[in-house]
Write a protein that binds this ligand. Structure first.
Ligand SMILES: [Zn+2]
Length: 165
């Protein structure tokens, strides 16, 4: 992804964050009793406060933008290199019929301890189940029955994604 797209993504996240503050403020206003005149004053004040908050959020995110984008680019590059470099384990066989399974895809995951790993997925051409998945260190993903084609329901592993637009 080029840096223009990273920039767009960052800006969209800024907009989302500002929207969250605005929505929160609106929700609070809706909860107030409309018949109480004091609440009208509170509502006006909260609008002023919201303006200040949005101003600060946008300002701070603008200051941090270049550094944040640089970090995203470096992380994505590092993960892409890692994913490209590691090779899928060979000779993986079906647990039922022992026919060699074909490597279908790979994804990045992070362990509870923050270690990044590539998980390789294997499937048989027929409907023989289960599929299997192996990490780059050769360890099998512990519960093969939960392995779908390209994804596992993966506690304690978290799927890692690249920054996408
Ligand atoms: Zn089989």
């Amino acid at each position: 992804m080029d840096s223009v797209n990273y920039s767009d993504l960052y800006d969209r996240m800024t907009v989302d964050e500002c929207r969250r503050y605005t929505r929160h403020c609106e929700e609070q206003a809706e909860k107030m009793d409309g018949t109480n005149p004091e609440n009208e004053i509170k509502r006006q004040w909260s609008k002023v406060v919201l303006e200040i908050i949005l101003h600060c959020v946008a300002g701070e995110r603008a200051i941090n933008k270049q550094e944040a984008i640089q970090k995203w680019i470096e992380r994505d590059r590092r993960l892409q290199d890692f994913q490209d470099k590691v090779q899928p384990p060979k000779g993986v066989r079906c647990l039922r019929c022992s026919i060699e399974m074909s490597f279908t895809s790979k994804s990045l995951y992070e362990t509870e301890l923050g270690r990044e790993q590539v998980l390789f997925f294997y499937a048989r051409p027929s409907r023989c189940k289960p599929n299997r998945a192996f990490f780059d260190d050769g360890k099998e993903y512990p519960s093969p029955t939960t392995v779908k084609n390209v994804e596992v329901d993966c506690t304690p592993y978290t799927r890692l994604n690249f920054h996408e637009t």
